[in-house]
Design a protein around this ligand. Structure first.
Ligand code: CP
Length: 307
């Protein structure tokens, strides 16, 4: 198992199978305790949340997890900060780090930004999303959800659908699944939104995968379908976004054509690609998935703080 105490978490490759299974078991224990009470194990510890791109789930679940463990949270507010006076992101991080937080959760739009500054920052950095590159703790809650729902990860047949070009959750989830046995991923996307070559390069020979354009192109029964949003904010050409907007929608009609409806997952937020009509299916797990994030992130905080 990997020692996570004091470590940065920048990529899904920073874990291994044993560490993941330990975190999932720990998340189960914390779920029982934290649903009824707050703990005091992180008192005198502080987390700084620095989100330079919008977030609801990642920021709130990390903050709630830290508070429920008995720690404190200081939240950086970019819109009222000296970033508005032209201060750089690096200087901002150095200043926050100088106040000695025990963990910094950072979201930033530039791929590999946390990797580029880690030597200058003393506090452990958790990558809360670096542009199109990675979102490792999203993968953590995604695999935790699969582990809870299916009671296994080995042998998984997973469809990952949507914007695989600009989305960061598909790469991180794919990297994390390389730690398990006999997993097969079907990447479902219009050709303009296919998985980036650099991502395929990192999983080739480690995991079995197939690329298709439509859900109906998959002959095998899926255990889970992971739907993702078209990343509007990353499109340079708005007309390209408008053109691709209707290229995939997972509605009841599409799901009812499948031999067996798999569990439906989504990192959220969703827009038009997963209509509310799907929410009533027992296979719809995306709200549970978001909730799982708080428990598994609490387990990760506990490990990094060594408490
Ligand atoms: N899934 C996810 O990262 O959501 P937020 O952008 O709301 O944090």
């Amino acid at each position: 198992m990997k020692e996570l105490r004091g470590k940065d978490i920048l990529s899904s490759f920073d874990f291994d199978r044993e560490t993941l299974e330990h975190l999932f078991e720990e998340a189960e224990t914390l779920r029982k305790k934290l649903s009824t009470t707050h703990l005091k194990i992180a008192d005198s510890k502080t987390m700084a949340t620095v989100f330079l791109e919008p977030s609801t789930r990642t920021k709130m679940s990390f903050q709630m997890a830290m508070l429920k463990l008995g720690g404190s949270v200081i939240d950086f507010q970019p819109e009222s900060s000296s970033l508005q006076k032209g201060e750089s992101d690096l200087d901002t991080m150095k200043i926050i780090d100088g106040y000695s937080p025990d963990i910094i959760v950072l979201r930033q739009s530039k791929p590999f930004f946390p990797h580029s500054i880690k030597e200058e920052i003393a506090a452990p950095i958790i990558n809360g999303g670096d542009g199109t590159n990675e979102h490792p703790t999203q993968a953590l809650l995604d695999v935790y959800t699969i582990w809870r729902e299916l009671k296994r990860v080995d042998g998984l047949r997973l469809g990952i659908m949507g914007d695989l070009k600009y989305g960061r959750t598909a790469p991180s989830l794919s990297y994390m699944l390389t730690f398990f046995k006999d997993v097969k991923i079907y990447y479902i996307a219009p050709k303009e939104l296919r998985l980036r070559e650099e991502v395929k390069e990192k999983i080739r020979n480690k995991i079995s995968f197939v690329e298709v354009e439509r859900l109906e192109d998959i002959e095998e029964e899926l255990d889970a379908l992971y739907v993702t949003r078209l990343q509007k904010e990353r499109f340079k050409d708005p007309s390209e976004y408008e053109r691709l907007k209707s290229s995939y929608v997972v509605n009841l009609e599409a799901l009812n054509k499948l031999k067996r409806i798999p569990i439906i997952m989504h990192p959220l937020p969703r827009v038009w690609e997963l209509p509310q009509e799907v929410d009533s299916l027992p296979q719809a797990k995306y709200f549970e998935q978001a909730k799982n994030g708080m428990y598994v992130r609490a387990a990760l905080i506990k490990e990094i703080l060594g408490i």
